[in-house]
Design a protein around this ligand. Structure first.
Ligand code: WQD
Length: 334
């Protein structure tokens, strides 16, 4: 089975490509490298012994995408490609709507042209918005978000739902990620954002590596047990395996299905910092600063549907996540 992985040179995409290759899938990557490095393809080959086909294209470019489908008989698509910086999206809404929506709609048009009917979408827990109580369940309204980035996820879920209604033999699985962190055990793949990281774990890793002076914990006065925000952190390799399970499911199903990929546990910023220090025997330099706009105090997944429908559940511990994140950061900081 040949799978097109858009954004396959990125953090979650590259980890998913490794698991796909290990499961004997044939993989084609389409990535414009706007937020990823070509070196990742070499590292995937180093880990798996197989070099995936790679096309440096933006999925909104229909002619380029048609070329990929003409040269490869694509059986399914896993769609990661898209801009994903929450804060940036507030300042650049048009670029986010244009890029994330255009690439998805162009992909669907080309898939239809070539008779490809299996679509796994990289969605996000952000679609649950601030109104829903946690733990988040898939049947809750997922119709709002707090940033243009989040709204693109809400809109793409809508597009896929309506497309599947119009094409009953199509299968779209909407994977709603919680907070993926950690890295491949080899230390060759990990979360390596351009510039100063927005997200917690890559920021912690760079402080530990001495590339950033200190971590600022955004708010210590939240209504949570230790005053810092709680999130559902899951290991990126668990997340990658979740995509394999979703692909297996899509092979024998049609229709649209939203599925949470999370551990079902809430972990606070303090708890993550302490776990990172303990497992890596490192003292992190941090201060408590003001809250960050838009942050919710706490949310985590109800993960029962993924277990029931996909036979998937997260297996790695917070310690595994912290140890692997440091293993990658040490590698890249050398
Ligand atoms: C986690 C916690 C921060 C940085 C975002 C997106 C979401 C998804 C995952 C794409 C929060 C705190 C962070 C720092 C801190 N991305 N923090 N100091 O905001 O839960 O989710 O990333 O799909 O859509 O919204 O993740 O890692 O940014 O923050 O104290 O320097 O860490 O306040 O409580 P978040 P995060």
């Amino acid at each position: 089975m040949k799978v097109l992985v858009t954004g396959g040179a990125g953090y979650i995409g590259s980890h998913t490509v490794v698991e796909l290759i290990n499961a004997e899938y044939s993989v084609v990557i389409a990535d414009d490298l706007s937020n990823a490095r070509h070196e990742v393809i070499d590292r995937v080959q180093a880990i798996t012994g197989t070099r995936p086909l790679f096309y440096q294209i933006n999925c909104a470019d229909k002619r380029e995408l048609q070329t990929v489908f003409t040269r490869n008989e694509i059986d399914a698509v896993i769609h990661f490609a898209g801009f994903k910086a929450v804060g940036e999206s507030v300042h650049k809404p048009l670029q986010y709507y244009r890029n994330n929506l255009d690439s998805t709609m162009t992909l669907l048009e080309v898939m239809e042209e070539f008779g490809c009917k299996k679509f796994i979408f990289s969605s996000s827990a952000t679609v649950y918005g601030p109104e829903n109580p946690h733990p988040y369940k898939e049947e809750m309204p997922a119709i709002q978000s707090s940033s243009p980035y989040g709204w693109t996820k809400v809109m793409i879920e809508r597009i896929l739902t309506d497309y599947t209604t119009a094409h009953p033999d199509f299968c779209a699985v909407l994977l709603r990620y919680f907070n993926p962190i950690g890295a491949h055990e080899s230390g060759l793949l990990g979360d390596d954002p351009n510039g100063i990281p927005n997200n917690l774990m890559p920021y912690i890793a760079r402080v530990a590596a001495g590339q950033l002076e200190k971590l600022t914990i955004f708010g210590g006065d939240y209504p949570t047990p230790d005053g810092t925000c709680q999130r559902d952190y899951l290991h990126v390799v668990d997340l990658a395996v979740g995509h394999l399970k979703a692909l297996e499911y899509a092979k024998s199903h049609v229709g649209v299905e939203a599925i949470n990929l999370g551990t079902g546990n809430g972990v606070s910023v303090f708890e993550l910092v302490q776990a990172f220090e303990k497992v890596n025997n490192i003292k992190l330099n941090y201060i408590i600063g003001p809250r960050r706009d838009g942050d919710l105090p706490a949310f985590w997944a109800d993960a029962t549907k993924a277990k029931a429908l996909l036979g998937w559940e997260a297996t790695h511990t917070i310690e595994d996540m912290c140890e692997s994140a440091w293993g990658f950061a040490k590698n890249t900081s050398l």
